[in-house]
Design a protein around this ligand. Structure first.
Ligand SMILES: C[S@@+](CC[C@H](N)C(=O)[O-])C[C@H]1O[C@@H](n2cnc3c(N)ncnc32)[C@H](O)[C@@H]1O
Length: 199
């Protein structure tokens, strides 16, 4: 994995976008509506970034492990100084752990991951029996969401495609729901979904 991530340069200003803060808040609201989080749970946030989602999820669980390929973004996550958040630098798909987790959350990261089979295999491997996934990202879009599509491997995701891949990797009760539309300046609205499922 290359040491430098394009997100490193964006880390400083990441949280100054009210659109991003609101997006993460709406995703958090949808996750807590769908999943009962408890103080016994150990949860992973992959692509945790500066912690816009992690910091809210961490309030309800025992521990939150934020995994990210950008050291710059993780410096911001560490700067939150939340006792139960631990950061981990690296590619989530290559993450190894003997410990199993109660849940995996993620916000706006899956479209940056090229091989979805690897991602779903890894999530299944890391979860306890009955553990959950709650992943939010863009619904199918025309490639205009990002100004620069470098590092964007998917222009959003279709329901049928994700439900099929979740099932193929052994997940049960998979559900794809549209949770809201995000408006970007001068552009049409983009749909955001939440994919939830259990091991
Ligand atoms: C669009 S940002 C979202 C950050 C945060 N979840 C949020 O909602 O503000 C995507 C993040 O995923 C990270 N990322 C991309 N590919 C990754 C991978 N394979 N494993 C872990 N993190 C990854 C990037 O470094 C970046 O911080």
């Amino acid at each position: 994995m290359s040491e430098k991530s394009s997100f490193d340069n964006r880390a400083e200003d990441w949280d100054s976008s009210s659109m991003r803060v609101q997006l993460a808040q709406n995703i958090y609201d949808a996750i807590v509506k769908e999943i009962k989080l408890t103080k016994e749970m150990d949860v992973i946030d992959f692509g945790a970034g500066t912690g816009l989602l992690s910091r809210n999820i961490a309030l309800h669980v025992n521990s939150l492990l934020g995994i990210d390929t950008s050291k710059g973004m993780l410096e911001k996550l560490d700067a939150l100084e939340m006792d139960n958040i631990v950061s981990c630098y690296g590619d989530f798909c290559e993450f190894k752990s003997v410990k199993k987790f109660d849940g995996i959350v993620s916000s706006m990261t899956m479209h940056h991951i090229k091989e979805l089979d690897k991602l779903f295999e890894k999530m299944h491997e890391l979860l306890k029996e009955g553990g959950f996934i709650a992943i939010a990202d863009l619904m199918s879009e025309d490639g205009t969401f990002h100004g620069d599509n470098d590092g964007v491997h998917h222009f959003g995701f279709e329901e049928e495609y994700l439900l099929k891949i979740a099932k193929a990797h052994g997940f049960k009760e998979a559900k794809y729901q549209k949770i809201f539309d995000v408006q970007k300046e001068g552009k049409d609205a983009y749909g955001i979904f939440l994919l939830s499922a259990k091991k």
